[in-house]
Ligand binder design. Structure first.
Ligand code: GTP
Ligand code: MG
Length: 200
């Protein structure tokens, strides 16, 4: 279950995960929360259509629970959620209910570039969700990694994968301690290509 603030990169991450799973011959269950924002579902639907997947859109945890058999049967169940405000109790309650309903692992999708203190506060506010892993998005777009490092440290959250471009076909990239160190202390901070290469 991909969770974070609006615009963090959850939907692109969901499509990257789905495309990767599809290319590897895995069965996929993919769902999203119905959002009030115009085009909210259509964005994901455009990709699931291309991948030949049915997209399930739900409005409540109870509704999601109806799909439990399909979720358990799928090799890769993916749940894209609408952006939540970590300081809003109703939003947090909603995410909790969705996760509990299907026993989902919460994966944070965190965009780089945010203020470190702010991100630390956000992760503290999210701590009840007990996320163990996060995916970092927009690594290609920023030079400041303090935010995501603060998130990892404060929340004791491991970095699972990173996203270095918006292209679904390119998928997610792996990262290890050495490549992360190169990103933090690059040889040439102005060289966008070398940063992207390191992350890949
Ligand atoms: N350059 C770049 N752009 C990205 C990356 N990941 C996501 N984006 C872009 O960031 C924007 C927001 O991504 P979404 O996946 O729609 O974000 P979201 O978290 O689903 O947003 P909401 O559903 O509104 O909460 C889109 O324009 C994406 O193309 C990345 O790794 N690099
Ligand atoms: Mg989205």
């Amino acid at each position: 279950m991909l969770v974070e603030a609006p615009g963090a990169g959850k939907t692109i991450t969901a499509t990257k995960l789905a495309a990767h799973a599809k290319l590897n011959g895995h069965s996929i269950f993919i769902a999203t929360t119905k959002v009030k924002r115009a085009g909210g579902i259509e964005q994901l639907q455009a990709f699931t259509c291309i991948l030949g997947l049915d997209l399930v859109a739900v409005t409540s945890a109870k509704e999601l629970q109806l799909y439990i058999a399909q979720i358990q049967q799928a090799d890769v169940p993916i749940f894209d959620t609408s952006g939540v405000n970590p300081f809003d109790d109703d939003d947090m309650q909603m995410i909790h209910e969705y996760a509990l309903a299907v026993n989902a692992e919460i994966l944070f999708v965190m965009a780089t570039g945010a203020d470190a203190m702010e991100t630390a506060d956000t992760v503290r506010a999210f701590s009840d969700l007990e996320a163990k892993r996060m995916i970092i998005s927009r690594l290609d777009m920023t030079r400041r990694l303090g935010g995501i490092l603060a998130a990892a440290l404060v929340g004791r959250i491991a970095i699972a994968n990173v996203s270095v471009n918006p292209s679904v076909a390119d998928g997610l990239s792996q990262i290890n301690p050495v490549s992360l160190a190169h990103l933090i202390i690059p040889e040439d901070v102005s060289d966008n290509q070398s940063r992207t290469k390191v992350a890949q």
